[in-house]
Design a protein around this ligand. Structure first.
Ligand code: SAH
Length: 508
């Protein structure tokens, strides 16, 4: 049975601009054939089960010629696969999507097309430029600034100037001075507002504001590179006022997230929605210790304990798994009281229908220990990481409270030493590193090397114990108000507004 090709527009870069239909097509794909302009964040949405074929084209080099791409699509579909052909922006806007579909139509292969958000409109929009506006223009012209091989640009500049609409040039970075000259010679006012938007909709977006006359000089001064749009027309004057994207609190900030992969999502997404360029670096992974005879024995004899205490959602998950393995459920907990180090852990309990009886006012091991020591009469069962903080057990011991401290998961430092990351860090290109536990600090150190120069970044820490670990290694730190992810996100955005109480960078 023959397969099918779905030609999907990936949008200009921001993965949020991929359409719902495009996303569904990707989720169902056996094979994805993609171009250079599809952003890594969109490629991340391709399911692990799909085979990926990169046919990325460079402006002057064509690693995979168009006829070969057509052939790949045919072969894959004829082999019965569900193929997604993923293209930057909209496939029919200077994307050669039409040519690819013609090949399929002639061979009798089934196909569909899912339009995408074109960079011609979206990159301008993220640069604060509405491509039409009643006060400035009543038509929009999208023009290629790329000449066919061996030929010169064939643009009717007189017609464009006469039309008096907004002009958007794609693939025009190299030819920009020639385009500007063409428009000037055709009589366009040199003071006409003009702009370029580089890497539109991406965290690295930059906008160059100019007039038609000054554009070549200003773009050269900013060293604007492809992919970039050239926009010419009165609407460009609105960019300064309407450039909402570049005003997001974390725009242009490169922030490293060191959480384990499974838990990075929320923090990374929240930072991205504030405009940050998030680098995910899962320096640690938590691995449940299962089977765990010590935990099994304790759970069988749970009535020996007055309190059951957790210091992370992972601890709760591992405990719950073990309980179920023993053929028990929540009823088995009977009268035992539950303590959680903070709201995240309390939520992990609540997700299983259990309410924490105790959450300390400050969410760290020392305060949990202190609060438990005050509340406990009987024995405490701690189910936590193998290298859990001694601050908790010290607090219990000081008050003579009996406890069993059982390691139910281990932290592994899996991310390899990465020279490139260290270089970026030392060059001051990583504005901040987020740490959500002392173990993420240790994992980060094994990733970049403990002897790296940390003076050009800042460690944004969830709590005092985490900060203490970072300080020990000479990482300048700031500490979240409360030990929660939301508070950490707040710290990150405030750090770059200069509002947050901060420790001086000089102090190790
Ligand atoms: N089909 C695509 C355009 C392909 S032509 C679309 O609809 O967007 C490639 C050109 O698109 C680039 O040379 C550049 O001019 C423009 N472009 C693509 N992505 C862009 C981005 N994120 N920011 C600015 N320009 C972009």
């Amino acid at each position: 049975m023959s397969g099918k090709v779905t030609l999907v527009g990936a949008g200009p870069g921001d993965p949020g601009l991929l359409t719902v239909k495009g996303r569904a097509a990707l989720a169902a794909a056996d094979v994805v054939v993609y171009d250079r302009l599809v952003s890594p964040a969109v490629l991340d949405l391709i399911p692990g089960t799909a085979r990926q074929i990169d046919v990325g084209k460079e402006a002057s080099r064509h690693p995979v010629p168009q006829h070969r791409i057509n052939q790949i699509l045919l072969e894959e579909a004829q082999a019965g696969h569900s193929v997604v052909r993923l293209k930057g922006g909209d496939p029919f806007v200077f994307g050669r999507g039409g040519e690819e579909l013609e090949t399929l139509a002639r061979a009798g292969v089934a196909f569909e097309e899912v339009p995408g958000v074109t960079s011609a409109i979206a990159a301008a929009a993220y640069g604060g430029i509405p491509v039409t506006h009643r006060s400035f223009s009543s038509s929009l012209h999208i023009i290629t600034g790329h000449a066919r091989e061996g030929a010169s640009l064939s643009i009717d500049f007189d017609a464009l100037v006469r039309a008096r609409g907004t002009l958007v040039f794609l693939m025009g970075v190299t030819a920009m001075p020639i385009i500007v000259q063409g428009l000037l010679e055709a009589g366009m006012d040199p003071d006409t507002p003009a702009a370029m938007v580089e890497n539109g909709t991406l965290p690295s977006q930059r906008r160059c504001d100019a007039t038609l006359y000054t554009l070549p000089r200003q773009a050269a001064a900013m060293d604007i590179h492809s992919p970039a749009l050239i926009v010419v027309g009165g609407v460009c004057a609105l960019g300064k006022e309407l450039c909402w994207f570049e005003r997001l609190p974390l725009h242009g900030k490169r922030i490293l997230v060191t959480r384990p992969r499974a838990r990075a999502g929320t923090l990374a997404d929240k930072l991205r929605s504030l405009g940050a360029d998030v680098v995910e670096c899962p320096c640690i992974e938590t691995i449940p210790i299962l089977p765990c005879p010590a935990m099994e024995a304790a759970l069988r004899d749970l009535s020996a304990y007055e309190w059951l205490a957790f210091t992370s959602p992972t601890g709760v998950e591992t405990f719950w798994f073990c309980l179920r393995e023993l053929g028990r459920d929540a009823r088995h907990l009977g009268g035992v009281k539950l303590a959680a180090i903070g709201p995240g852990t309390a939520k992990a309990l609540a997700d299983r229908g259990l309410t924490a009886d105790l959450v300390p006012g400050t969410y760290d091991a020392a305060h949990l220990g202190g609060a438990l020591a005050d509340a406990a009469r009987g024995k405490v069962l701690l189910l936590r990481a193998a290298e859990g903080s001694a601050a908790l057990t010290d607090a219990l011991a000081r008050k003579g409270i009996a406890y069993d401290d059982i390691a139910v998961y281990q932290t592994l430092y899996l991310f390899p030493y990465t020279r490139a990351l260290r270089k970026e860090l030392e060059a001051g290109k990583i504005d901040a590193v987020t740490f959500t536990s002392a173990s993420t600090v240790r994992g980060f150190l094994s990733t970049v090397g403990a002897d790296a120069d940390f003076s050009r970044t800042v460690g944004l820490c969830i709590g005092e114990q985490t900060a203490g670990e970072a300080r020990k290694h000479g990482i300048p730190v700031r500490v979240a108000e409360k030990a929660t992810i939301d508070s950490l996100v707040e710290l990150v955005s405030h750090s770059f507004l200069g509002e947050q109480r901060k420790e001086s960078k000089e102090k190790p």
